[in-house]
Write a new protein. Structure first.
Length: 346
């Protein structure tokens, strides 16, 4: 099969398009013929650059921390899936063979594309219990992006913030992947009223296209005054931020009203941000950091996407052979929509 292989850390050119042996599914494994794998700023680009040593990536490495595609073969002990099923997989998983349901496994674990072969390949083997069935009407490219970002946003807004119908939600990073998904979950799943913010007019206006009632360009507008104007002086009930921009977040924090909740699972723009502690205790604000999601969230995300309630932003779909180009594009414009690699594309 063809795959992208990293033999050493460095610039995008270290991503080599090579012919390697087809993986053989072990006990409890599902082999996926990949139709989509997303390119991620940290877990792909930064890992390749060698700036994520704390994750202890294992070289040589086939990167790609997620994938979506069609089951190609199954290993011994697998009854839940069969060839032809549409599935997706991502994230941390056992490194050694394990039972189909993962029961009793106590061995080493690691993220696909970091400690075990990932999705930047024509074929990849993953444990059955880390494989997720897709709705029939959900496109593979969309499914890969949904799997990467939607459960995090769903967990923050639905489970952690417990956003209620009619509440005001301020979404930071309107045109980013987590921001764009967050707008739609807040609006279409939670029934909230949404204000979005970004660092340019064009990026803020992306949020209006996704359903936000108001869009703030914080390069020219004051977040607090615009939020108070939109909410009639009340402030927002929920602040959703995964950036920690030290210039914008302090203003956004002040826009939280009585009993407000700030939720976050990211800090790539910071991470150190000053906040007003008087406002924190005077308004009885809760701050919750919570990466990840509940296992039960993912099927709900897939179905919401299949039903058109969540539409992911895909900037480019490129053949697998252009992985280095995808990394360069991501480095030059980190705020763009998602880049998807498709090994089946010519």
């Amino acid at each position: 099969m063809k795959a992208i292989v990293i033999h050493e850390f460095g610039p995008p050119d270290v991503l080599k398009y090579e012919t390697v042996a087809d993986p053989v599914p072990r006990f409890g494994d599902v082999r996926i013929r990949v139709h989509a794998a997303t390119v991620n700023r940290v877990l792909d680009v930064a890992v390749r650059a060698g700036t994520q040593a704390h994750r202890k990536p294992v070289l040589p490495l086939i990167p790609g921390v997620d994938c979506a595609g069609i089951v190609d073969a199954v290993g011994e002990g697998v009854t839940k899936f069969r060839p032809g099923d549409h599935v997706a997989a991502a994230g941390g998983m056992p490194l050694d063979p394990c039972a189909e349901d993962g029961a009793g496994y106590a061995g080493p674990q690691g993220m696909m594309g970091v400690k075990r072969p990932g999705g930047f390949a024509e074929l990849v083997c993953v444990p059955s219990f880390k494989t997720h069935r897709l709705p029939e009407n959900l496109d593979f490219h969309e499914a890969a992006v949904v799997m990467r970002h939607c459960p995090t946003a769903w967990n923050l807004l639905v489970n952690i913030a417990q956003t209620k119908p009619g509440e005001w939600v301020l979404i930071m990073g309107a045109s980013g992947n987590l921001g764009a998904v967050g707008i739609q979950i807040a609006k279409n799943i939670c029934g909230a009223r949404v204000i979005c913010a970004a660092g340019s007019r064009a990026r803020a206006d992306v949020g209006l296209e996704l359903g936000a009632e108001y869009a703030i360009d914080y390069s020219t507008q004051d977040i607090l005054s615009e939020v108070l104007k939109a909410t009639g002086g009340k402030g927002v009930d929920v602040l959703y931020d995964n950036i920690a921009n030290p210039r914008a977040l302090p203003q956004a924090f002040m826009s939280l009203g009585e009993g407000g909740r700030l939720v976050t699972a990211g800090a790539h723009g910071g991470p150190v941000v000053p906040i007003d502690f008087f406002h924190l205790y005077d308004k009885r604000i809760t701050i919750r950091g919570m990466p990840g999601s509940k296992p039960s969230d993912l099927p709900l995300c897939f179905q919401a996407a299949a039903d058109g309630k969540i539409k992911v932003r895909i900037a480019h779909v490129l053949p697998l052979s252009r992985a280095a180009d995808a990394h360069r594009m991501m480095e030059n414009d980190p705020g763009m929509g998602k880049i998807v690699l498709d090994p089946t594309a010519g």
